[in-house]
Design a protein around this ligand. Structure first.
Ligand SMILES: [Zn+2]
Length: 275
């Protein structure tokens, strides 16, 4: 049976020839099953700075999946000397195929981290992170925002229709989110609202933990909250593009955010961190 996951994700992964592709889980729903993949170096060297990139926790936010795949295929080579990469390209393949936020069983995966959930996608990711025991230099969880999202006390008017990002720093790393926003070309609108889902938004940038006002994020059950809360990283990003834009613009925006962050985090590339 053909599927968007098979045609786009698995075929793209099959073209990678320098990486190791681990199948972390088989996700069975009804009479169908999907693999969950992790892409990592042939030899993971715990002494090297390691960057985690994840997409598709929400299945109806495809630009993150395509950006993670495009990064693996091409953009990462600029940074291969400075970093090694661990990539979960599509954490919710059943939702991706159905173009829905939840899994085929109805679970919102980004509310189930850190609570010993038995949800298989969450178990696969949490167990792998525990086994691997890498502390990441940076993490990026790639999301999108839909104009018609309604839930958790929010209505359609609450959904930004422009790009923005969350930057969490818990280890005194210099903040680089402003440079990521500023790197966007004119025409890629940035959300200028004073708040986004109750959090304080400064021209497209929500700085955690100090600007957090959203009670969902305060529970620490999101993937970025889990990664910083369990000290898998001290510097986590969640990137958001609006699904109302053409897909290619959303993917390009996610890649601009990724590239800019990695350039600023790479001293040997000669870029200094803005004050
Ligand atoms: Zn999302």
């Amino acid at each position: 049976m053909t599927s968007r996951f098979g045609e786009d994700v698995e075929s793209s992964l099959a073209r990678l020839n320098r990486d190791r592709i681990e199948r972390l889980a088989t996700l069975a729903y009804g009479d169908r099953a999907w693999p969950m993949y992790c892409v990592l170096p042939r030899l993971l060297d715990r002494a090297r700075p390691t960057v985690l990139i994840s997409g598709g926790i929400h299945g109806d936010e495809p630009a993150g999946v395509y950006a993670a795949l495009a990064f693996l295929a091409d953009a990462r080579h600029e940074f291969d000397d400075a970093f090694q990469f661990v990539v979960f390209p599509c954490i919710n393949p059943s939702g991706f195929d159905a173009n829905m936020l939840e899994t085929a069983s109805g679970a919102n995966l980004n509310r189930l981290f850190g609570i010993l959930s038995s949800q298989p996608e969450v178990r696969a990711v949490e167990d792998w992170l525990g086994r691997c025991a890498v502390r990441f230099h940076l993490t990026f969880d790639l999301h999108e925002v839909r104009p018609d999202y309604v839930g958790e006390g929010y209505t359609e008017e609450d959904n930004p229709q422009a790009a923005y990002l969350y930057e969490t720093v818990t280890d005194r790393s210099p903040r680089i989110g402003r440079a990521m926003i500023d790197a966007l070309p004119p025409g890629r609108a940035v959300c200028q609202w004073p708040t986004i889902y109750d959090d304080i938004n400064d021209r497209g940038l929500i700085s955690y933990p100090q600007d957090a006002r959203n009670r969902i994020y305060a529970m620490g059950t999101t993937f970025d909250g889990f990664l910083t809360g369990r000290n898998y990283t001290g510097h986590a990003f969640t990137l958001e593009t609006p699904t109302g834009w053409p897909l290619q613009d959303r993917v390009a925006t996610q890649l601009t955010f990724l590239r800019t962050a990695l350039r600023y985090a790479t001293p040997r590339l000669g870029t200094t961190v803005p004050s």
